[in-house]
Design a protein around this ligand. Structure first.
Ligand code: FAD
Length: 469
């Protein structure tokens, strides 16, 4: 009898433990993707980018004489209907760890098992299952460095090849048409601008990793901090949809290290930050929605998301060049350099005293590499409310940060049109990507700071001291 393979954030054929085992079982495999309640609940940009990834997977399955059945609706109802239609007796998938996916998967597994179906979940999204990594006293890690030290020398299983053959069923179930789902429908104006900056699908992700290891990893430790330099792997948009596995990235990093590219260790460390984020989300799911340190609930954040200061932040017109450049990078590419993310998050939560959840939600709507765990950890780190967080009194100065990390001015030039007689192409693309109601033009005068670096820092520290810390 056939086996249903339910794809979610594992949209690849290589290094896919569930797929490998399904193919080895010698039964017909029916790959399925469901536009379910979890997908529907995602932000516009992640859903748009997910659609691109599903299309790429569909094409690679076609290339293997297989196919991807697309269905829309409640996950359990869809799977039950498919089981009935196809006579499948097994439904397998790769495990996820964020609270929404976990709640869905737990319910689906229990119900299908109750129906007598072999409902099974596999590893694949992470290097380490969150429950397999423990502190010496048997707890979970709340600080990154000890976790890194504990896992750095672990033997990580080798990557699995793309299956030679994916056994097909005699008849395929009917499938929706991906275009009818209109997964980019809620995307901001000019989503073709964002599309031009996307690198999607398993083959492209694999080449991207190869190019990074060949040309950039040797300078990674320094270049990764420079937002105006293409010094990082760019793999977050691929890792988040599982177009590439963390194992493939890990082993490529290890090989570079053994080839004498010592800076590759920093890349391995970053991969473990992703693991750490999932470790935290698994053990303390509240991290995605509330202050991880619960005493922060008393902090006087401003929770009004419609304030004009928040709008200026979203639209890249705070008058603080680093913040505006990064927020515009987000509109054009759907991504943002890590230093930019730290700076804009610090400015929103400290200088503008805004609840980090407002920033978290904006990123969840706008990022094509949105990841439920890394986004939550990043915001709580910046705000000071998270585990292993930047202490609240450490307020980034966005002016000196830009002077330090953008010495040649490449980042400012890439994203701020108003300040240049001949703006760069990417700075001008911003105006094609944003909603018309923002009413912005490259001919505008660049705004004065809505809150200066010094005033914001003082206000944040005053509020912090008043709490008696
Ligand atoms: P590289 O420097 O090439 O790193 C390789 C990989 O390591 C990344 O692809 C990513 O998977 C992982 N990684 C690197 N840095 C981090 C980190 N700080 N935390 C967790 N994993 C990391 N990352 C996301 O993937 N999705 C998000 O939604 C997200 N939101 C963030 C929000 C804030 C406020 C902050 C401060 C950081 C956030 N990050 C997020 C982490 C980080 O900024 C991105 O992973 C990184 O910029 C991606 O670029 P890259 O793939 O070129 O990274």
């Amino acid at each position: 009898s056939p086996l249903i393979l339910w794809f979610r954030r594992d949209l690849r054929l290589g290094d896919h433990p569930a797929l490998t085992e399904a193919c080895a079982a010698g039964r017909p495999v029916i790959p399925v993707f469901i536009h379910d309640q979890v997908v529907a609940g995602q932000g516009a940009a992640p859903r748009f980018r997910l659609g691109l990834s599903v299309a790429a997977l569909r094409d690679s399955l076609k290339g293997k004489s297989s196919g991807l059945t697309l269905r829309k609706g409640d996950a359990l109802e869809v799977l039950r209907a498919l089981v009935k239609e196809t006579g499948a007796t097994a439904v397998w998938w790769s495990r996820l760890y964020d609270p929404d996916a976990k709640a869905r998967d737990t319910a689906v597994k229990a119900a299908l098992k109750g129906d007598g179906i072999d409902a099974r979940s596999f590893a694949g999204h992470l290097l380490f299952e969150p429950w397999d990594v423990e502190t010496k006293t048997g707890g979970f890690y709340k600080v990154y460095t000890p976790m890194w030290k504990a896992v750095r020398d672990t033997d990580i299983r080798a990557t699995l090849p793309v299956p030679g053959k994916i056994p097909a069923p005699d008849t395929w179930p009917a499938s929706d048409n991906l275009d009818d789902w209109r997964m980019g429908a809620d995307m901001r104006r000019g989503h073709d601008v964002v599309l031009s900056h996307c690198t999607m699908g398993e083959a492209a992700a694999t080449s991207r990793l190869g190019a990074f290891i060949a040309h950039r990893v040797a300078d990674y430790a320094t270049a990764r901090d420079l937002p105006g330099v293409d010094g990082t792997s760019g793999l977050s948009e691929n890792l988040t949809y599982g177009e590439i596995s963390p194992h493939a990235c890990w082993h490529a990093g290890q090989r570079a290290l053994h080839d004498g590219k010592g800076e590759a260790e920093v890349f391995l460390k970053e991969l473990v930050w992703r693991e750490f984020a999932y470790h935290l989300v698994h053990h303390t799911p509240r991290i995605v929605s509330g202050n991880w340190k619960e005493d922060w609930d008393a902090f006087p954040w401003n929770t009004d998301a419609r304030r004009k200061e928040v709008q200026a932040w979203q639209q890249g017109r705070t008058g603080i060049r680093f913040v505006d450049a990064a927020m515009r990078e987000l509109q054009v590419t759907g991504r943002m350099h890590n230093r930019g993310r730290m700076i804009v998050a610090s400015y929103l939560t400290k200088h503008l005293m805004t609840d980090w959840k407002i920033g978290l939600d904006w990123f969840a709507e706008q990022l094509i590499d949105w990841d439920p765990a890394s986004n939550a950890m990043g915001w709580q780190w910046a705000a000071g409310s998270g585990p292993d967080a930047a202490p609240y009194f450490r307020v980034f100065n966005p002016v000196t940060q830009l002077e330090k990390f953008d010495k040649g001015g490449a980042y400012g030039k890439a994203w701020l049109a108003e300040e240049y007689a001949k703006p760069s192409g990417t700075a001008l693309q911003f105006y094609d990507a944003i909603p018309l109601q923002w009413n912005m033009s490259p001919d505008d005068a660049y705004p004065d700071p809505i809150v200066s670096a010094e005033d914001g820092r003082k206000a944040a520290l005053d509020a912090y001291e008043k709490r008696g810390f």
